[in-house]
Design a binder for this molecule. Sequence first.
Ligand SMILES: CC(C)(COP(=O)(O)OP(=O)(O)OC[C@H]1O[C@@H](n2cnc3c(N)ncnc32)[C@H](O)[C@@H]1OP(=O)(O)O)[C@@H](O)C(=O)NCCC(=O)NCCS
Length: 224
Amino acid sequence: MLEAVRSALHGAATVMRAETSTEAGVSFARSAGLDVGTREIRQIVELPVPESRLAEGAGAPAGVEVLSWSGRCPDDALDDWARLRSRMSAEVPTGELTRTLETADVEAVRRNEQRMSAQGYTLVRSLAREHGDAVGYTEILLSRADPEIVYQDDTFVEERARGRGIGRAMKVANLRQLMTVPESAASRILQTHTEPGNAPMLALNRSFGFDEADVLTVLEGPLG
Ligand SMILES: CC(C)(COP(=O)(O)OP(=O)(O)OC[C@H]1O[C@@H](n2cnc3c(N)ncnc32)[C@H](O)[C@@H]1OP(=O)(O)O)[C@@H](O)C(=O)NCCC(=O)NCCS
């Protein structure tokens, strides 16, 4: 199968990336010439997160407003969303993996929304603004056809605004927004992946009750 993939992609790609949660998978990928690029801890928490836990934090810091919605990004938040997504792809820790910078212009954001919606996903999103400037965002993916396991995707706060509770306030708002999506009544688990060295994200997730489930290894190497 690997050789079939290689020959199908010959000429179209140069780098191959593979993910596995088993040691056998790591050995297989290494035997195919891939090297470990990074590891990510899979954290999971039962849903719904109790309101008492969501209410534990101090709320958004003064001057910070969190806007939440499900589905398409509102037109007046689109530029901010695209800019922050690009920052996330440039700044999130990715170990030794080749960093692929996302060209998250507004058209790319809209294309992604259409593709995710066509695949049956509802995007649950929150954006933080401080004195009017967008400083962070977070996103949860809920499969309408299979809502039992929900995925916590990107969370990003501009470096200058970190460590003041904005990440926490956005996550609280987004978990509350998630519960307004009708299909989330069937959601049981929220899961996410975080690099072992990303102390802020791991700590923030733990404070919501996330536990570590297993470790995903991401390997990379030449396609040929
Ligand atoms: C992870 C991130 C979103 C956190 O945002 P933030 O606004 O700084 O987070 P908060 O201020 O709400 O912090 C919440 C908790 O995180 C932990 N935390 C924050 N900064 C920390 C640091 N430098 N070291 C260790 N823990 C830290 C603390 O437990 C804190 O709780 P406390 O306020 O009770 O101490 C932000 O650091 C970021 O954007 N990082 C780059 C992108 C990224 O890595 N995203 C995650 C990809 S999986």
